[in-house]
Design a protein around this ligand. Sequence first.
Ligand code: URA
Length: 212
Amino acid sequence: MQILVVDHPLVAHKLTALRDERTDSPTFRRLTEELVTLLAYEATRDVRTGPVTVQTPVAEAQGVKLTSPKPLVVPILRAGLGMLEGMTRLLPTAEVGFLGMVRNEETLMASTYAERLPEDLSGRQCYVLDPMLATGGTLAAAIQFLVERGADHITAICLLAAPEGVERIERELAELAVPCNLVIAGMDAHLNDKGYIVPGLGDAGDRLYGVA
Ligand code: URA
């Protein structure tokens, strides 16, 4: 897995404002969208394109356009929804699928409780949106789910990650046969005993939507 922590002053500025507990939900939502658009720029570096020729008012020009099948953006419910607008702003022709994952608190295994995705993802590039990479269980399960459906290139975009979660993803997906990238705005110190990222930004879903 290739991991990119995006090092850019605008990303750092918006992430700092997101962390601030005084930031209200409407501002948090707007900042999340803006931050995801910046991350998406890096995350789509290897989006597939093919050559095209266009006629300018002056002459023919060689260029590129995104190829089929269309990229698929997959927000993980609930908090990943807050990242969708920021992603599709940059990739407006992408299709969108939804994945609801929940962790069983006894077994700590993540399982799928809702999904709205094409049955066959063969040849698809998928962009998974999940703001907080904490233990890594949910993201690892989501990526495995997409690969079992045939996805052949996965990029996960997260706002913050904990080293524990990144290590778990790397361990669990080590045998994955498809290329997998992780793009994040910041790598934090550790998880606390409640599974929150420290210093983090709190519960991303609650801060986005204002309800528990
Ligand atoms: N999910 C969140 O929303 N926040 C964390 O810190 C960890 C998981």
